[in-house]
Design a protein around this ligand. Structure first.
Ligand SMILES: [Zn+2]
Length: 207
């Protein structure tokens, strides 16, 4: 299987590829993301089933690696995103399924001819349809996905911490209030029973 040489200078040489995932053809490390590039020859016509299976399997393996401890140990503080390079455009359904899983699909025989450059990984010639705006400038699809994942990640711990702090601060006063209400309720009920008892005794025949 031949992978066409990529024009991106930031792609790592083979010696830097993670040995954990043999299907990864290249790795692009940016400040906060790692693009895990997998490739299939992409004969979607003659060998459709085999190519679909190969593409799925490689993307899954790369995503599993991105979610693993091994990834976090190798690229601390970065988020892993999967890019699939294929020589020919895949069928629409494959495109849809993989895109939904967050995989960026690049057709190497039809490179984009735009004038946008990704501010995060320096990929050039991107079209307006491909890029998205971030607080750091235009981002390619993979960098944008990583950026989104990092934004979500940043929001989560802060929210959880706040909730934990609030609940630890509120839990004792709340418990106190609950206990006090319970005690008051019991006292009230006892008083009522006592009164009822008196009334009944008053109405009881004395003889
Ligand atoms: Zn990028």
């Amino acid at each position: 299987m031949s992978v066409p040489p990529s024009a991106e200078p930031a792609l790592s040489p083979d010696s830097q590829l993670p040995p954990e995932v043999p299907g990864i053809a290249a790795v692009l490390v940016t400040q906060r993301a790692v693009h895990l590039v997998v490739a299939v020859a992409g004969d979607w016509e003659a060998a459709r089933a085999a190519t679909v299976a190969e593409a799925e399997q490689r993307c899954e393996a790369a995503q599993d690696f991105a979610d693993s401890e091994a990834f976090r140990a190798r690229y601390p503080g970065r988020v892993g995103v999967v890019r699939l390079q294929t020589q020919h455009p895949p069928p629409e359904i494959v495109l849809q399924v993989l895109t939904e899983r967050g995989v960026e699909i690049e057709v190497t025989s039809e490179p984009p001819q735009g004038d946008k450059t990704c501010a995060l990984c320096q990929r050039a010639h991107l079209t307006e349809q491909l890029v998205a705006m971030t607080d750091e400038g235009w981002a390619c699809p993979s960098c944008f996905r990583a950026w989104l994942l990092l934004q979500e990640d940043r929001k989560k711990p802060r929210g959880e911490k706040l909730l934990a702090r609030l609940s630890s601060r509120l839990i004792y006063p709340l418990l106190g209030v609950v206990v006090a209400l319970f005690v008051l309720g019991v006292l009230y009920e006892l008083r009522r029973l006592n009164q009822a008892h008196h009334i009944i005794r008053q109405h009881l025949p004395t003889e």
